[in-house]
Design a binder for this molecule. Structure first.
Ligand code: GRF
Length: 191
């Protein structure tokens, strides 16, 4: 049984979708949910499934090894960022080489980088009159949204789209693809 840790800063609908997906398999489970935001709705979702949670602040994340210790203690095989807004510190990237992935609600390399999250991404996409958008699932490296792409999926944009309707289309793609990408990566891991 492989162990997944999810980092999320907000609602956590992707986290819940991933939890549900792996409840149906014996291959892996979501072992813990971590957040920087004590008010994040993801904490309530985790409680519903009785998944342990950790809330951390900036200094424990960037200046101590507490989070790394928790991931190690829980024998985490894959770290999944699902709407997590802080830059992942180098020590974590080095401790989990090729084992930290993120989902971004646009087709990188466009519409990425610091500050590009949530509706800001969709607004920018619509302002630029793009004809499509989509999702990018990628490995995490030291720079926001710049690690190697694992999968992209697209959706069309129609003139009537608003940031809200576009976000809904993107979420559907995320729910469809993210758990499967996670499962594939875990199956390919050597140990
Ligand atoms: C998703 O659109 C994800 O791509 C982005 O943040 C959003 C998180 O949504 N990084 P949720 O918290 O999973 O509902």
């Amino acid at each position: 049984m492989k162990n997944i840790a999810i980092f999320a800063s907000g609602s956590g609908s992707n986290a819940e979708n991933i939890i549900q997906y792996f409840q149906k398999t014996q291959a892996a489970r979501v072992k813990m949910i971590l957040t920087n935001n004590p008010n994040a709705y993801v904490l309530e979702r985790a409680q519903k499934y009785q998944i342990p949670t950790i809330v951390f602040d900036r200094s424990s994340f960037y200046q101590t090894r507490k989070i790394l210790d928790k991931l190690t203690e829980n024998r985490i095989d894959l770290v999944v960022l699902a709407g997590f807004l802080w830059l992942v510190p180098d020590y974590l990237i080095q401790a989990f080489p090729g084992r930290i992935i993120n989902i971004h609600p646009a087709l990188l390399p466009k519409y990425g980088g610091k500050g590009m999250y949530g509706d800001k991404v969709h607004q920018a996409v619509l302002e630029n009159k793009e004809v499509q958008s989509g999702i990018t699932i990628h490995f995490v490296n030291e720079v926001y949204d710049e690690g190697e792409t694992i999968l992209q999926a697209t959706c069309p944009i129609v003139p009537e789209d608003t940031p809200k309707t576009l976000a809904q289309k993107i979420h559907q793609l995320e729910y469809q693809y993210f758990p499967k990408v996670i499962e594939d990566l875990l199956l390919k891991q050597k140990n």
